[in-house]
Write a protein that binds this ligand. Structure first.
Ligand SMILES: NC(=O)c1ccc[n+]([C@@H]2O[C@H](COP(=O)([O-])OP(=O)(O)OC[C@H]3O[C@@H](n4cnc5c(N)ncnc54)[C@H](OP(=O)(O)O)[C@@H]3O)[C@@H](O)[C@H]2O)c1
Length: 242
């Protein structure tokens, strides 16, 4: 059975991905602050199959944090074959208000951490014929007003996906999922008018579900596969109409 590390997996999309991949993977649930939720998820998964899930805490701010998480994760069951870079900070940074802390947090969680975790896990992933799935965003291609740092970080993550797909081949595949509107952000209130406006631009006329994302990650992680260096938008067609 393959082992998967999912960052930011205690809640929301990360938890849905963890539950879905758990059907045929052991799961490392990475969390930063959500310790209680991470433990509940691990208990739930271990009740389904003993010794099939574990939680690891890391702030993931520094390269050393990424390397420690990679070491601890590979140490659990002797290797990691699937890495899902899901953890992400998201909030607006209108020009004139952005500071260095926001730069470090948004670029750090969405770009720096995925790179250094991928680098630290590359030997283990290569050994197991593994893969990386990065959680990007449709706004990596089309900017979202007032969110320059987040969009720039996700654009960087898309290039990271393509560049690592080339560099880690032929032993490791690297792909990305670009969600559209799936779950409204928790940190940033989205007012009803904005929600209506976003919904009006989605050809499929609804937000996506956690299951829509989880099954796409599962599809990209499944072996054997000839898909490498691709970004799959899961957005109901919204990128056609932003
Ligand atoms: N939700 C959507 O509709 C949507 C749309 C487009 C793209 N996405 C992408 O899909 C992924 C999952 O989305 P989501 O809405 O489920 O994510 P989320 O709830 O906003 O964040 C997931 C987890 O990331 C961790 N995290 C946040 N900032 C961090 C930091 N600075 N360092 C380390 N960990 C950090 C948090 O873990 P703790 O709680 O343990 O602190 C959080 O629970 C993200 O990459 C997001 O950008 C989502």
């Amino acid at each position: 059975m393959r082992n998967a590390l999912i960052t930011g997996a205690a809640a929301r999309l990360g938890r849905a991905i963890a539950r879905d991949l758990h059907r045929d993977h052991r799961i490392v649930v990475h969390y930063r602050h959500s310790g209680q939720a991470a433990r509940e998820l691990v208990d739930e998964l271990n009740a389904i199959r003993p010794d099939s899930a574990a939680a690891l805490q890391s702030d993931l701010g520094a390269v050393a944090d990424c390397e420690r998480l990679a070491r601890e994760a590979t140490g659990l069951w002797g290797g990691i074959q699937v890495l899902v870079n899901n953890a992400s900070a998201f909030y607006p940074t209108p020009i004139g208000e952005a500071d260095e802390k926001a730069w470090d947090e948004l670029l750090g969680s969405n770009l720096k951490t995925p790179f250094f975790l991928s680098q630290a896990l590359a030997p283990s992933l290569a050994e197991g014929g593994g893969c990386i799935v990065n959680m990007a965003d449709i706004h990596a291609e089309r900017p979202m007003p007032g969110h320059t740092l987040y969009c720039a970080a996700k654009a960087g993550l898309v290039m990271l996906t393509k560049s690592l797909a080339l560099e880690l081949a032929p032993t490791v595949r690297v792909n990305a999922v670009a969600p559209g509107a799936i779950l409204w952000p928790e940190q940033e209130e989205v007012d009803p008018d904005t929600q209506r406006d976003i919904l009006a631009r989605i050809p499929l006329a609804r937000t996506g579900t956690e299951a829509d994302i989880a099954r796409t990650v599962r599809f990209l992680a499944a072996d054997p596969s000839y898909i490498n260096g691709q970004v799959i938008a899961v957005d109901g067609g919204r990128n056609l109409n932003i």
